[in-house]
Design a protein around this ligand. Structure first.
Ligand SMILES: [Zn+2]
Length: 319
């Protein structure tokens, strides 16, 4: 019988689960809201429900899979069994591997969400299998998976790779981490939302306002794309700022790490790569030192599936 694997992408807002064959093709997937405010046990149950539902769509028995991989949004213990700290879920020292193994009835492999998505891009998308690669994911927050000399950069205390908290403007807006002007505070979807809200308060008009009313609900990336396609000046301005700071961040990373490939992913990039990539490349290449300038700066074609694909590959590699 063919071996099957589960890939789970656990995010701050949604859980995505897919069933994969041994060639890393996705047979079926399902998603649900994370609802982290309901607590750790409730989120675990929702992960299990989403996996079972994806398995049902694929027409397989979830107990028959060879293993499951999961990418979680936080730092992972060195034995890869616990989520040490996940600020978006409000988790500390959560024994996710053991709890999911008990509920799913198969071996579970745990990784950081950005590293796991980087595995998906590296293994499935990049034929050259670069030894040095930076993946940056732009969405609600900004995260990264960094491979140097063929291994993931972890740092002395597994805290490396916090690309979202590189300071790009010391006088910039306050970040969730308490510092001013972090990349994430300047360029994430949350940052875009705050900028639009402030501009609307100052009397600017934008298509992002709901039905001409005065409520500005949370901006999804798709809504921003449609506003930009319709020529909305405020949307174009804030996206340009996101591209500028992304280009700056990439230039800093390229000068520091000299990667072969920089791959961008996440919700913003999935929706807006056609508009974003030319600006991002131009800003970055103007600032990358000549020796590191051969870098390929791309948007991942895996889109939102990079996480579940990488998670399934994680399970496949360990099984
Ligand atoms: Zn920060």
């Amino acid at each position: 019988m063919e071996e099957l694997y589960i890939g789970v992408d656990l995010g701050g807002t949604k859980i995505l689960a897919g069933i994969f064959d041994s060639e890393h093709h996705c047979l079926a997937l399902d998603k649900t809201k994370t609802k982290s405010e309901e607590g750790y046990d409730a989120v675990c149950s929702r992960i299990v429900e989403t996996v079972r539902s994806a398995a049902e769509l694929a027409g397989i028995d979830p107990e028959k899979v060879s293993g499951a991989g999961i990418g979680a949004p936080g730092s992972i213990s060195s034995d890869e069994s616990r989520v040490l700290f996940a600020p978006n879920l409000d988790w500390r020292d959560a024994p996710l591997k053991a709890d999911l193994e008990a509920q799913l009835g198969c071996p579970v492999w745990l990784g950081n969400d950005c590293n796991v998505a980087a595995i998906g891009i590296h293994r499935l998308e990049l034929e050259a299998k670069p030894n040095d690669m930076v993946s940056i994911f732009l969405g609600t927050g900004i995260g990264a998976g960094i491979i140097t000399n063929g291994v993931f950069l972890t740092g002395a205390t597994r805290a490396a790779g916090e690309v979202g908290h590189m300071v790009l403007d010391p006088d910039g807006p306050l970040c969730g981490c308490g510092t001013r002007g972090c990349f994430e505070a300047l360029a994430s979807r949350t940052a875009i939302f705050k900028k639009v809200k402030a501009a609307v308060k100052d009397g600017r008009k934008t298509l992002l306002m709901d039905n001409g009313g005065n409520s500005l609900t949370k901006i999804r990336s798709g809504k921003l794309r449609r506003a930009i396609e319709d020529g909305d000046k405020l949307s174009i301005k804030v996206l340009n700022e996101t591209c500028f700071y992304t280009g700056l961040a990439i230039a800093n990373l390229c000068n520091l790490l000299n990667p072969e490939v920089v791959a961008l992913g996440g919700g913003l990039v999935e929706q807006l790569h056609a508009t974003m990539m030319p600006v991002v490349r131009e800003v970055a290449l103007e600032r990358i030192m000549p020796g590191a300038r051969h870098v390929r700066i791309i948007a991942t074609s895996l889109g939102d599936d990079a996480g579940i694909t990488g998670a399934a590959i994680l399970a496949h590699d360990h099984s």
